[in-house]
Ligand binder design. Structure first.
Ligand code: EPU
Length: 422
């Protein structure tokens, strides 16, 4: 198992290239199931989750090549084993989004119920409700979802809202099933996240007929077949937001390339309130920060609200602000595993239900800490850049799931991070 040893504090200064969005690539990989033939996905980051998803598609019968120059080639001419195994789904919940495409292509699927997860229960009831509305017959057997659509799928009006808003992967699943269903489907309360819009744009390039992209009402006219595609995914807004926080927490200056600011309005709003300067450039932005950080309240919400995937990283930043902040989690109310670890680094965070009261302070102090999930690891890494002394993060495999070459990128702009095997 690898650990990170981080020496701090440092000031970051330089240029970082943002990678393609993991959460856009994963459902688009699933979409290749819908179109027999060779597809190429471009701007794909080298990440553990992408490899695991590749393994999942290979098990179905597809031929998945390694990533070459950011290009991922998937040949889905053969899909003859529509089974998503527990051994893979328990590692990566995103695997659930093969269910919709398999139903559309094979009219049947057997996909493991995903296991528990460090950030909350993460049920899939809304996915199943949506697919059932399209005519799938679904039941559970030995931990597996057994789904069949003997006579094919049929368009319907479907509401995908739940207790915490819509569902991102649920929308992906139902959308991918609906594109090949007979007739018209209307999805109300669809997730509006940019990664879902990217998936929908990719599906349209494959020959689907989806309108309302980016809105909570998607209208899909079913088509008879889709074609393989060459598609370039969007940059990763969560990686970009993490590096914006890195510039801020180190009172540094980072130019971020290959990212879009138009899908980061809520993040830019909060960072600007904290006192960070974000200026647009040709293909990204320049992030600078000097002087004290100001406190700010943050509430996570579905897009276009502030993303839950940046809650932990901004909390690390607010731990150094000049005053008190309140961070409220409205998507995954238990997503606070980083709180106790940040407190080990002398942060002053107090959890009260879905809120964390952050008492700002002047200093973080290096400590051995443990990564519990992907974004918590990023928060600890940010804290380590600013903390005085040595921070050692164990279980960094969590960070490798979602950040491509993170220590190389940060070291190239002045961080002192070494990866060690233990
Ligand atoms: N929910 C239900 N029933 C469902 C589905 C979801 O109650 O059937 C609830 C969830 O428990 C949660 C809320 O709805 O409270 C939103 O969950 P959602 O389904 O939108 O999450 P997801 O699709 O499983 C994706 C991202 C997550 C990101 C969330 C929210 C991918 C691969 N994963 O998960 O990303 O946090 O949307 O934006 O796209 C990450 O990258 O670190 C990550 C966890």
């Amino acid at each position: 198992m690898d650990i990170f040893r981080i020496e701090g504090p440092v000031r970051l200064d330089g240029v970082i290239d943002i990678s393609g969005a993991k959460n856009a690539v994963l459902p688009i990989m699933a979409a290749t199931i819908l179109a027999p033939g060779k597809s190429v996905i471009k701007n794909v980051p080298r990440l553990a989750d992408i490899s695991v998803f590749g393994e999942l598609l290979s098990n179905l019968g597809a031929n998945v090549e390694g990533i070459n120059n950011g290009n991922l080639h998937i040949d889905s001419t053969t899909i003859d084993n529509p089974v998503g195994r527990y051994e893979i789904l328990r590692k990566m919940r995103a695997g659930i989004c093969i269910l919709g495409p398999l139903l559309a292509r094979c009219r049947k699927a057997k996909v493991s119920m995903p296991g528990g997860c460090a950030i909350g229960d993460r049920p899939v009831d809304i996915h199943l409700r949506g697919l059932t509305a399209l005519g799938a017959d679904i039941h559970l057997e030995n931990g597996y979802i057994i789904a069949q659509a003997r006579n094919g799928l049929k368009g319907n009006n479907i509401f995908l809202g739940g207790p915490f808003g819509s569902t991102v992967l649920g929308t992906a699943n139902v959308l991918m099933a609906a594109v090949l269903a007979k007739g018209k489907t209307v999805i109300e309360s669809a997730a509006c996240e940019p990664e879902i819009s990217d998936l929908a744009n990719c599906l349209n390039k494959m020959g689907a007929n989806i309108s309302g992209i980016g809105s909570p009402r998607l209208v899909i006219e079913g088509v008879n077949q889709l074609n393989p595609v060459e598609y370039q995914v969007i940059g990763d807004r969560i990686e970009a937001g993490t590096f914006m926080a890195a510039a801020a927490i180190t009172s540094g200056r980072l130019q971020l390339r290959n990212c879009r600011l138009d899908n980061m309005a809520a993040v830019i709003d909060r960072l600007t309130n904290i006192g960070v300067k974000i200026e647009p450039t040709d293909n990204g932005c320049l992030v600078t920060h000097t002087g004290p950080l100001k406190p700010a309240d943050i509430t996570t919400q579905p897009y276009p609200g502030f993303p839950t995937d940046l809650q932990a990283q901004l909390m690390a930043l607010l731990a150094l602000a000049d005053g008190n902040s309140v961070v409220t989690e409205k998507i995954f109310p238990d997503r606070f595993m980083h709180v106790a670890e940040l407190n080990r680094m002398a942060a002053r965070l107090r959890k009260e239900g879905p809120n964390v009261i952050v008492t700002g302070g002047k200093k973080l102090i290096g400590a051995p800490v443990m990564a519990s999930y992907l974004r918590a690891s990023a928060a600890l890494l940010l804290a380590g850049l600013a903390a005085h002394g040595t921070t050692i993060i164990s279980r960094v495999y969590h960070i490798d799931r979602g950040y491509e070459n993170i220590e190389k990128k940060l070291n190239s702009v002045g961080a002192k991070i070494t990866r060690q095997k233990v």
